[in-house]
Design a protein around this ligand. Structure first.
Ligand SMILES: C[S@@+](CC[C@H](N)C(=O)[O-])C[C@H]1O[C@@H](n2cnc3c(N)ncnc32)[C@H](O)[C@@H]1O
Length: 197
């Protein structure tokens, strides 16, 4: 093991997500930000797979494009079958961009763009819509993973709404897990995991 996983929540989340992805799969990065998760997902699905990545900020698409191009990752548009597609739209609309066969995994890394405008953050309303849509498009056996940040007001509301909703999901249809950094101060990131049976 190269990382101490319980000290690096986003790395831990990606380790878990990686267990649900094989080469050639289609996956969604619901919050592309600076593209680190998009790049990791692109490596997991390989050249025959697809990553559909969303953000509402042009800066996020620019940063992600620069990162992916520096790593030699193929970018594609709607007409191309494989590669990474960067979409300037809210993840609440993700259903519109997914074909009939569904996706293996959907990752949300909530909050605001690191190094960007902190006033542009994921919101309870849009995230709830997007996570519900993610459950619709994920294949049976697939995973929806959300990294939660409750250290700011909107993040705390978003986390509370997500956890309350996820607790009530039918145990006949879904398995839900919640990973919390139990002894850490200052609202550390946490992980919500939902798999469809
Ligand atoms: C914590 S960052 C994501 C980090 C990113 N995954 C990475 O690897 O760098 C959260 C991102 O969500 C974006 N965001 C906010 N609301 C959104 C929405 N409704 N749909 C898609 N992205 C959104 C923000 O613009 C921000 O870039």
């Amino acid at each position: 093991m190269s990382e101490n996983l319980i000290t690096k929540t986003t790395v831990w989340a990606m380790e878990i997500v990686g267990q649900y992805i094989k080469e050639g799969d289609t996956v969604i990065d619901a919050t592309m930000g600076n593209g680190h998760d998009t790049l990791a997902l692109a490596k997991l699905v390989g050249p025959k797979g697809s990553v559909i990545a969303f953000d509402v900020q042009p800066q996020a698409l620019d940063n992600t494009r620069t990162l992916l191009e520096s790593e030699g990752v193929t970018l594609c548009d709607a007409a191309r079958e494989h590669g990474v597609r960067l979409i300037l739209d809210t993840n609440a609309n993700l259903r519109q961009y997914v074909g009939g066969s569904g996706v293996a995994a959907v990752l949300f890394n909530l909050g605001y763009l690191p190094g960007g405008d902190k006033s542009v953050t994921t919101t309870k309303e849009e995230t709830m819509t997007a996570v519900s849509a993610a459950l619709d498009v994920v294949k049976p056996g697939g995973l929806v993973c959300a990294v939660l940040y409750s250290g700011h007001e909107q993040g705390a509301e978003e986390k509370a709404a997500l956890l309350e909703w996820a607790k009530e999901l039918s145990s006949k249809e879904y398995h839900v897990a919640y990973i919390s950094m139990w002894n850490q101060k200052k609202c550390p990131p946490e992980i919500l995991l939902i798999t469809k049976k």
